[in-house]
Design a protein around this ligand. Structure first.
Ligand SMILES: C[S@@+](CC[C@H](N)C(=O)[O-])C[C@H]1O[C@@H](n2cnc3c(N)ncnc32)[C@H](O)[C@@H]1O
Length: 291
């Protein structure tokens, strides 16, 4: 694991100009669902754990209500980006400004070919640059772990947004960022004052859905079963746990006995345009929600 020294990039007198929100587009991002999720969030939380952080939409939304956070993901490149945004946003922005000045289709594909950059800062800037300029903001890798999404059609992609990055950096100051599989949460010192939000790769609802195919980290039925066991173990310890997943019998059965709510989501990651539209997803909590 790459260890980046923690530095304090924000003078305490500087308040971020915008509210923190995701600085990456991420498949399955929860930005559009936050309004529907709001009634189900715990009112307070000492330490917030999000072991499948992805774009971190729920973390950024809840950040003002928590004392500290532990954010995890199995994707080392994503973890690397979060650490640079937290610890050295200025250095990252300088790299992004360079990408912004040089952006063109040829430049995009030249950067995309740089699969093994040695410097973690260059890798972080490359991931943000490709994420902002690629087709649909999709993170997809081939079997060798190489990012392989074509360029998107944007007139003016937001490659470097300083306000957004400063706000994200401020929100991340109280976050520990770990490159670990979700099962590691069982080794964390959780108490009933803490909360956990699980947003795993969704269980596919049809043989043609590609929800679990956007990275080399597959997530099959055995992983869903293991996750449900972890959810139960945490619930038994009195921790408030929340989980999102697709609406299907398999998932409903795994969480039988817990409150299960239907949420209406728009499906964006579907290559077949005709099949994009409203779809029911599940939100499952380990605690009763007063509504
Ligand atoms: C659906 S995305 C999370 C979306 C995110 N919560 C958001 O709002 O943008 C799932 C994430 O889980 C990560 N992941 C996949 N398998 C994992 C595992 N076994 N342990 C931890 N993270 C995993 C992926 O790298 C991906 O970033």
């Amino acid at each position: 694991m790459v260890v980046i020294p923690a530095v304090s990039p924000l003078p305490s007198t500087v308040a971020p100009a915008v509210v923190a929100r995701p600085f990456l587009k991420w498949a399955g991002g929860k930005g559009r669902l936050i309004g529907q999720y709001e009634p189900y969030f715990p009112a307070s939380c000492h330490t917030y754990y999000e072991p499948f952080v992805g774009g971190g939409a729920v973390f950024f939304h809840l950040a003002p209500r928590m004392q500290r956070a532990v954010l995890g993901d199995i994707n080392p490149e994503l973890v690397n980006v979060y650490r640079w945004v937290r610890d050295a946003p200025k250095a990252l922005m300088a790299k992004l400004e360079f990408h912004k000045r040089h952006h063109s289709p040829d430049y995009y594909y030249a950067i995309r070919r740089q699969h093994h950059l040695p410097l973690p800062l260059d890798r972080a800037a490359r991931l943000i640059y490709l994420n902002k300029t690629c087709y649909n903001g999709l993170y997809r890798e081939n079997s060798q772990g190489q990012f392989n999404v074509p360029i998107g059609r944007y007139n003016n992609p937001g490659i470097c947004d300083p306000d957004l990055l400063w706000a994200a950096s401020a929100a991340l100051q109280r976050a520990q960022i770990v490159e670990l599989p979700f099962t590691d949460i069982l080794h964390q010192p959780l108490t009933p004052e803490d909360c956990v939000y699980f947003d795993p790769p969704y269980h596919p609802i049809s043989p043609t859905s590609h929800f679990t195919h956007y990275s080399r980290y597959g997530f099959g039925p055995a992983d869903q079963e293991r996750l449900a066991q972890v959810f139960r173990q945490l619930a038994e310890r009195g921790v408030r746990v929340m989980l999102s997943n697709s609406d299907c019998e398999f998932i409903r059965r795994l969480y039988d006995g817990f409150p299960i709510y239907s949420i209406q989501a728009s499906r964006m990651i579907n290559t077949n345009v005709e099949r994009r539209g409203k779809i029911s997803e599940l939100l499952i909590t380990s605690y009763a929600v007063a509504r």
